[in-house]
Design a protein around this ligand. Structure first.
Ligand code: PLP
Length: 376
């Protein structure tokens, strides 16, 4: 662990427990981006560092095939592409939940689409499968949820949710930004149709890079909503002097959902970030995060705080939220002590990664106890 922590310079100056917000980058990630910047000065790129944009690594991380991955700039864009692509008829139903981030619901709420967006209400921070089941009917074209919810950290049983969706001929569209890199994500096991994630949270990459997974069988069914040179078959520009600007031949792969050039520096960083996590092993990472969050929950309860995250292990990922008197002030006072967390949903959201330690959790709980005493 000591050796691994050397890869994360943030550990020298901060108690960083805020991976659900924006993560610091590790040394290998910074190195990959610096190398590309240096190479750019002489136009002397080693294309293997960025050309595949890290798609094979992301595919491995979520148990998909590389052809099923498109590069995107952020999660919101991925969710928008999915929302457009499914071509839901006016009046069709989209089922989501009242725990979602705007990027999950807004793409379906555009007036021009004329969709009926139904919110399944949480019960004590959980979305019950029986409520989901009741909400989905044969007019439903998609269920859109976050794998792990941003404020309270509730983790959906995606497999059960996809079974409900598919029984009614609906798609499952997943925002995985609070899951990918923290817990095991398996699109094949769980029957996911679309999944989007940026890299700047649990994947510990830079902003500006992300991925959209589209299940192979669905790719060619859809016309991409935004198109450009990157949407067409590679043969088109590898074998011709001129682009065929009369009749686009869209790629058979998910790259048909890409339009133009990527931020290659961001993707060089993203690629190195995902490689680092794969080297540690996502199962090891999930195990470690759950060990740390179990410990955190226990310490918070011993200190008299009320938990806002479902306690049950299968219902959570890397996020733990506890209620406090003045969340914003608490966040600021903790930051003054170098402890990084976020005020969310009348509480403090803590999101440790695998390289954090129990000592860091102890520090947070000790300081939070003192601050809460002042506020009460
Ligand atoms: C669940 C969820 N989705 C989406 C986002 C934002 O995604 P992006 O900036 O990649 O569009 C966040 C950021 O907090 C989030 O928590």
């Amino acid at each position: 662990m000591e050796k691994m922590r050397e890869n994360f310079p943030v550990t020298r100056t901060k108690t960083f427990l805020n991976h659900a917000a924006m993560s610091p980058v590790s040394k290998p990630v910074a190195g990959a981006m610096k190398k590309l910047i240096d190479e750019a000065t002489c136009f002397d790129f080693s294309s293997e560092d960025w050309e595949d944009c890290g798609k094979p690594y992301f595919a491995q991380l979520i148990n998909a095939r590389t052809e099923e991955i498109a590069r995107i700039e952020n999660t919101s864009m991925g969710m928008n592409i999915a929302a457009h692509v499914i071509q839901a008829p006016r009046g069709a139903k989209i089922v989501t939940t009242d725990l979602e981030y705007p990027s999950v619901t807004y793409p379906f709420l555009r007036k021009s689409l004329g969709l009926n967006v139904h919110y399944v209400r949480n019960i004590n921070g959980k979305i019950l499968l029986e409520d989901m089941e009741k909400a989905v009917d044969d007019k439903t074209v998609a269920i859109a949820v976050s794998h792990v919810e941003y404020a309270n950290g509730f983790r959906h049983d995606l497999r059960a949710v996809s079974e409900i969706a598919h029984r009614h001929g609906a798609y499952l569209i997943v925002d995985a930004i609070q899951a990918a890199g923290a817990i095991s994500v398996d699109v094949k096991r769980d029957g996911v149709d679309f999944l989007a994630s940026a890299c700047y949270k649990w994947l510990m990459g830079p902003s500006g890079a992300g991925y959209l997974y589209v299940r192979k069988e669905l790719i060619e069914k859809f016309e991409p909503p935004f198109v450009g040179w990157a949407s067409v078959k590679p043969e088109v520009f590898e074998t011709t002097d001129f682009w065929d600007i009369w009749k686009p031949q869209y790629s058979e792969n998910a790259s048909r959902f890409e339009a133009g050039s990527p931020s290659i520096i961001s993707f060089a960083g993203a690629r190195a970030a995902i490689k680092l996590l794969l080297d540690v092993g996502i199962d090891n990472i999930e195990k470690r995060i759950l060990e740390l969050t179990d410990y955190l929950i226990n310490e918070l309860q011993n200190a008299g705080f009320t938990l806002q995250t479902p306690e049950d292990r299968v219902c959570r990922g890397g996020i733990v939220n506890f209620k406090v008197e003045n969340p914003q002030k608490m966040q600021e006072q903790l930051a003054e002590k170098g402890i990084m967390v976020t005020a969310r949903a009348s509480g403090i959201r803590v999101s440790p990664h695998f390289y954090n330690t129990k000592e860091e959790i102890d520090r947070l709980v000790e300081e939070a106890k003192k601050i809460e005493k002042q506020h009460r």
